[in-house]
Design a protein around this ligand. Structure first.
Ligand SMILES: Nc1ncnc2c1ncn2[C@@H]1O[C@H](COP(=O)(O)OP(=O)(O)OP(=O)(O)O)[C@@H](O)[C@H]1O
Length: 235
């Protein structure tokens, strides 16, 4: 579904990504691990079209999207939940969700469409707080809103940048259960950047470890030895 081949990127003259190769099959769940500053968020930003690549290609559903603007990638089915959530604090939960419909390909993106029912089934708490402003929600509720907003446009691949950052453990578990449902019931692929290894392990079909802009290991969490991954993440 997503293929990244030889992707490099930089900030000015500083190289950040160095010949990254990665693939995600339909409905597959992939976690990207790595210490702070190794380039994980930058890689996600190149996939969604918010940062240019200097070399290599990104193919989504068989089409080269390397040069496509981010709104077209969203319409093709790439949903994105950025680090820090990126919700609109002064808009209500419902308004935030309606903005998510603007990325939808079929509806033409007027933003006036109904919020699909399955969103409130996946995130029951959002129905209860639908008229509250995004900014007054708890951290966990804001994260659920950010994920729900990306889901409104019915993505085929959902990309999440550290969804558990700054969230209390009980809510982490809720988010984990929601993502498992997204994958198993809705058959949506997931690419997840995560520092919290247990969470990454329970969700992923495949993992990649990044170090200094390169992929240094990949494997299946069910077969890999977690201690060797711990080691890679600690050196
Ligand atoms: N806008 C920017 N301009 C210049 N350098 C940047 C910019 N954004 C990130 N960097 C640098 O690029 C490198 C990779 O950053 P990136 O945010 O992709 O890493 P990360 O692995 O996601 O880290 P974290 O886990 O802390 O979010 C870091 O050295 C960072 O300082």
């Amino acid at each position: 579904m997503l293929k990244i081949e030889g992707v490099s990127a930089s900030y000015g003259k500083s190289p950040v990504l160095d010949s990254i190769n990665m693939s995600i099959g339909p409905g597959e769940s992939v976690t990207l691990l790595g210490r702070n500053g190794v380039g994980k968020s930058t890689l996600l930003r190149t996939i969604v079209g918010l940062h240019p690549v200097s070399q290599g290609s990104i193919t989504f559903l068989g089409k080269d999207v390397t040069q496509s603007p981010s709104y077209l990638r969203a319409r093709k089915g790439i949903g994105y939940v950025p680090q820090g959530r990126g919700i609109f604090p002064h808009l209500t939960v419902e308004e935030n969700l309606r903005l998510g419909t603007a990325a939808s390909e079929k509806k033409g993106g007027s933003g006036k469409e109904d919020i699909p029912n399955h969103i409130f089934e996946l995130f029951p708490v959002l129905r209860r707080v639908s008229q509250r402003k995004g900014g007054v929600l708890s951290g966990g509720e804001q994260q659920q809103l950010a994920i729900a907003r990306a889901m409104v446009s019915k993505p085929k691949l959902l990309i999440l940048d550290e969804p558990t950052e700054g969230i209390q453990p009980s809510i982490v578990q809720q988010i984990e259960e929601t993502l498992i449902e997204v994958r198993t019931q809705l058959k949506i692929g997931i690419l997840l950047v995560e520092q919290y290894l247990d969470f990454a392990w329970s969700i992923g079909d495949k993992f990649y470890v990044m170090r200094r802009g390169q992929i240094v290991a990949t494997g299946n969490p069910r077969e890999a030895d977690p201690s060797s991954v711990h080691h890679l993440l600690s050196v």
